[in-house]
Design a protein around this ligand. Structure first.
Ligand code: PNS
Length: 172
């Protein structure tokens, strides 16, 4: 998957939501191929899903776009990963203005680290503005309905995970 028309879309994807899927589809209107790159962060111990689970869920979601969407994981600096796969562009989604400050800092730091790598911000579709993985997990943990905001296979895995958690809590 080398070449100049590849974009890397990095994130935690814990789990992947319909907002992420929307962004990937929008990106495919501009780029030939996209690598959804799941960050392995050993310091982030509050993740709900393991990296393997996240990879599996995302790969299932994009199985029909296999030739154009690759799902991978990476450890270390994003800029090094992007360079290693031959991408010149990092894609990040922007929802609300509140996303901007952190995204701006990251983009500037990445530019400082690798000046030839550009960060491109894509706007999520308006029906996805309020979706985030963090809120999905919170709503799910409190028994709310997230069926319209995550892909079907992810919903299944979320249900399994929370069932398992409540079982563990009732035993422990
Ligand atoms: O989905 P998230 O949690 O907002 O994604 C953040 C992510 C994974 C893109 C960011 O933490 C990242 O790039 N991590 C890799 C390590 C790195 O390069 N850090 C310096 C960023 S300026």
């Amino acid at each position: 998957m080398r070449g100049s028309n590849i974009a890397v879309y990095p994130g935690s994807f814990d789990p992947i939501t319909n907002g992420h899927v929307d962004l990937v589809k929008r990106t495919l209107q501009v780029f030939d191929r996209i690598i959804v790159a799941i960050s392995i962060n050993p310091d982030k111990r509050d993740a709900l899903f393991t990296v393997e689970e996240r990879l599996h869920m995302a790969r299932t979601v994009f199985k029909d776009l296999k030739g154009r969407v690759r799902v991978d994981s990476f450890e270390g600096l994003l800029v090094d990963y992007a360079e290693g796969v031959g991408a010149h562009v990092i894609i990040r989604g922007l929802r609300a203005v509140s996303d901007f400050e952190f995204e701006f800092q990251m983009a500037m730091m990445n530019r400082h680290l690798k000046p030839g790598l550009e960060t491109l911000f894509m706007m999520t579709g308006q029906s996805f503005f309020y979706i985030s993985s963090r809120l999905v997990k919170e709503v799910m943990s409190l028994g709310g309905d997230v069926s319209n905001v995550v892909p079907g296979n992810v919903l299944k895995e979320l249900k399994k995970k929370f069932k398992q958690r409540s079982r563990e809590r009732s035993v422990g």
